[in-house]
Write a protein that binds this ligand. Sequence first.
Ligand SMILES: [Zn+2]
Length: 322
Amino acid sequence: MSPRAKAGGGIDLGGTKIQTVIVNRRNEVLGQARAATPRKGGPKAIAAAMAEVLAEAGENAGYATADLTGVGVGSPGDVDAAAGTVSSAKNLSGWSRSFPLAAVLSDELGTPVALGNDVQVATTAEFELGAGRPYDSVLGVFWGTGVGGGIVLDGKDWLGRGAAGEIGHMVVKRGGRRCPCGNRGCMEAYAGRAAMEARARKLAGKGRKTVLFELMEGKGKDRLTSSVWAKAVKQDDKLAVKLIDDAVKALGAAIASAVNLLDIEAVILGGGLGIRFGGLYGPEIERRVGKNLFDAADPPAFRVAELGDLGGAVGAAQLAAR
Ligand SMILES: [Zn+2]
């Protein structure tokens, strides 16, 4: 037994990175670590990397993973929390079939593992600990590799039959651009980082000038991360500015539609791009939302996520018994 106070672990599994934290009972972060999500090897390789990155956070906090009271995981895809499985994680390498993530991780870490939907976990964390604290009903919009959404209504997570909150797949243009989900005209087809990158590559391939890929190589990356987009925008790169502008418009239309349907009190913008660009583009997204609101006289509050990059992992840690 560890002589130290009880602590739990949280893992935020994203399409780009794996973020882990060790937190105490007051949700204070005692240690953290992050690494790129493996892009090859499927669920097994990803699970192995998750265990490794959590162990690293544990080392930083002075805890062996087996001494943790439990570990929570926020995962993309279809999460069956009761069965401990994840399937159809489309932004992850080779992860279409059901994989017993909880059991595999639990074996590796020597402590119980609980799963939740990544975006719902992050939304609940903002609702309980972050920007959503003053409200009873919020919509979380997580602008990153894809665009995820989470809903809290009257203090309760709204999961539908398990797949609620997919704001990225609200149709903003009938017959529009092909989305990574296979359908056409989804908001994510314009605003998701993966879709934006695919579009940028296509246009650059056709001869459109852009510094995006030079910046990417200069940073030693093999994909257009949020920091690459930010730098290109700072340099007034026309293609980057145009694609971000398209993203902002799509986000505005979809968020407004969701607000018209749910009439929540606040919209919380998070995710890698949301946090990085919230200050710069948040007001413009908010303005776009306002233009399409049915009840424009009484718009919801618009907030950038307060828990930052660690929000998903801190939220995931809440899933675990502590
Ligand atoms: Zn879609």
